[in-house]
Ligand binder design. Sequence first.
Ligand SMILES: O=C(O)c1cc(=O)[nH]c(=O)n1[C@@H]1O[C@H](COP(=O)(O)O)[C@@H](O)[C@H]1O
Length: 289
Amino acid sequence: MSDATFGMGFGFGGVLGSALEAFGPLCVGIDPHDFLLEEWGLPSSAAGVREFGLRAVDAAAGRAGIVKPQVAFFERFGSAGYAALEEVLRAARTAGLITIADAKRGDIDTSLAGYTEAWLTPGSPLEADAVTINPFQGVGSLESAMEYAADNGKGIFVLAATSNPEAAGLQSARVASVTVSRAIIDGVSAFNAGRAGEGPIGSIGVVLGATVDFTALGVDVHTPHSPALPVLAPGFGHQGAKATDVRRLFGALAPFTLVSESRSLLQAGPRGLATAIDARAAELRAALG
Ligand SMILES: O=C(O)c1cc(=O)[nH]c(=O)n1[C@@H]1O[C@H](COP(=O)(O)O)[C@@H](O)[C@H]1O
C-alpha cells in the first residue's frame, strides 16, 4: 500500500484504518524458520526464503490486510537474503497488503535516521509501510524517526510490552512513577496527539504482546487514546494466546489491535496456508462482531 490519504485520515493511520475495515485485524507473519522451509519442501537458502515469502504473500493477498516479514530470517543469508526480502516486500505492497518490516531497529537519533530511511523511504529498495523499533535508547531518541515516518505516510511500531517472558523484569521496572512499558506507550501516544489533525488513528503504534500480564506491567488497556493507538500484538497462536480473546485481552485498544500470527498459520504449509488464513480471519470477524 502506498497512497498516503484514505477516508479514515491521512498517512499510515488512515491506511491501517481502511485495511482493518476491509479485512479485519489479522496480520500474517512471514517467518521462514528452517523447520518451516523443510516442511514447505524448500531449501534453507536465499532462494528458499524468497520462494517461501512470495508464496505467503500470494496466500495472504485478498484474505488479510497486513503481512509482517521477520527480517532476521532473510538477513541470515546476507545480501542475497536482502534481495529476497526486497522482492517479498515489493510483491506484498503490489498485492495491496500493508507491510510491516519486523526489523526491530534502534539507535541514537542520527543513526536511527539511516534505518528509517532504509525501511520507510518511498521508493527505497526495502520500502515497507511500517517498521518495528526497539526503544532501549529512550523514547526521545525516536522523535525524528517518528516524524520522518509520519511525514512520509509511514508507520512505526515501538516495542513497549513484548510477548517473551524474559522481558517482564526489565519492562515492569519504574522510571519516575510509571513502568518502562507505560512510559513508552505514553511517549508514543503524546507524539500521535501532537499530530491529531491528521486523522482519528495515529501513525505510530506500540507492540504489546498478547501473552503479557498488562496489570503487572502497568499497561492500561481500558482507556482509549486520542488519536487511536495502533497496537501490533504478537503472542497469538504458537506463543499461546487465542486470537478470539483479542477483545478480552486488549479492551479499549482492541479495535486497533493487529492480531499477529506466524508459525501457527505457516505450519499449514504452502497448500493449506490460504485456508488457514481464511479460517482465522473468519474466527476474528465472529469474535469481534
Ligand atoms: O515485534 C514483533 O513482531 C514481536 C514482538 C514481540 O514482543 N514478540 C514477538 O514474538 N514478536 C515477533 O512476532 C513473531 C511471532 O511469531 P509466532 O510466535 O510464530 O507467531 C516473531 O517474528 C517475533 O519476532
